[in-house]
Design a protein. Sequence first.
Length: 400
Amino acid sequence: MIDVFMNTYHRLPVTFAKGEGTWLFDINGKKYLDFSSGIAVNCLGHAYPPLVRAIAEQAAKFSHVCNYYQSDVSAAFAEKLVEACAAGGMKKLFLANSGAEANEGACKIARKYSLKKYGPGRHRIVSLRGSFHGRTITTLSATGQEKFHRDFGPFTEGFSFIPGGDIEALDKALDQSAVAGLLIEAVQGESGIIPQTQEYIEAAARLCAERDILLMFDEIQCGMGRTGTFLAFEQYRLADGRPLKADIVTLAKGLCGGVPAGAVLAGEKVMDVFESGDHGSTFGGNPLAAAAGLVILKTVSDPAFLREISQKGERIISTIKSWNHAKIENIRGRGLMLGIDIKADAWPILEAAINRAGSGRPGLLLLSAGPKTLRLLPPYTISGAEIDEGLHILKDILNG
């Protein structure tokens, strides 16, 4: 493998050369069934023909204009994305490059909203233990996992963490004299695929509304249809049964199907907090990303397509449960965002799944989410036969 890269990743021993649908092919011609989607990025698989055409056609027109101006394709994408998120209460957006950048924007909105309305001192952002919100200094400050903090302090002041599921701790932490926003993942990804409970999200929405604390959902991994609804928090309800509305939503990963992109969406309360000069992004709203994003939105916002995602996830869960495998402790998740707790270290399973490729046999791309949890994030376009083949490989490796 090439050794000029900084040593930031524990890479598996494979170098890919091309992809097609749910499959990737390495430089030696070996093939691999992809149950990772580039960590929820390639949501429609590899080399999806409409996506390829859209990017190529836009590249033949222009690939970038600065944000002093609008481009036709970026304006169309922004309009469609706000429309897709309207059920969650979204009205306006800011287009960025990544999930970390989107979460930075969300924190800035929360702090300015609170400063302008209540004055200095009410700037704290509360997030959950086990959360992951990015790798910049500020988004690391919002990330509730100590392993990501080592060696990089001091961090941005004004962030604190509470345990998920603990409504008493939530109530205590949401001090309306000090807190600007609550940043939460409806389904935590990096810490093991942990869905929040209905009771917890219901309490969070109530407390935030009562205290004018912004309710901010990080949907970077769990959004864009990954859990079977366009936004994962759409599966929760208020106490009276009404749909839940957010103040801020962040998106990235699957947003443009593999082209780097992020977005901060704002509800009515905060949609006009940013003023000219408050925030910016050189590549935010890039026309290539926007062209790709329009294809993703056209496909993923379709209710029938979303139902298929849920059905495919149910197929995976029911199959794995039917094994009653001695090495599997639990499986959980929603849609095609699943975690499997195993009685062994996860990384050797990932290596065995890669090393299986060869002699006419395919390998399998898996992810981990913690030391003993396998994470499955297959493309939404995966077929039933491909699900069965991938699970057969997984079972074979576990049996070994």
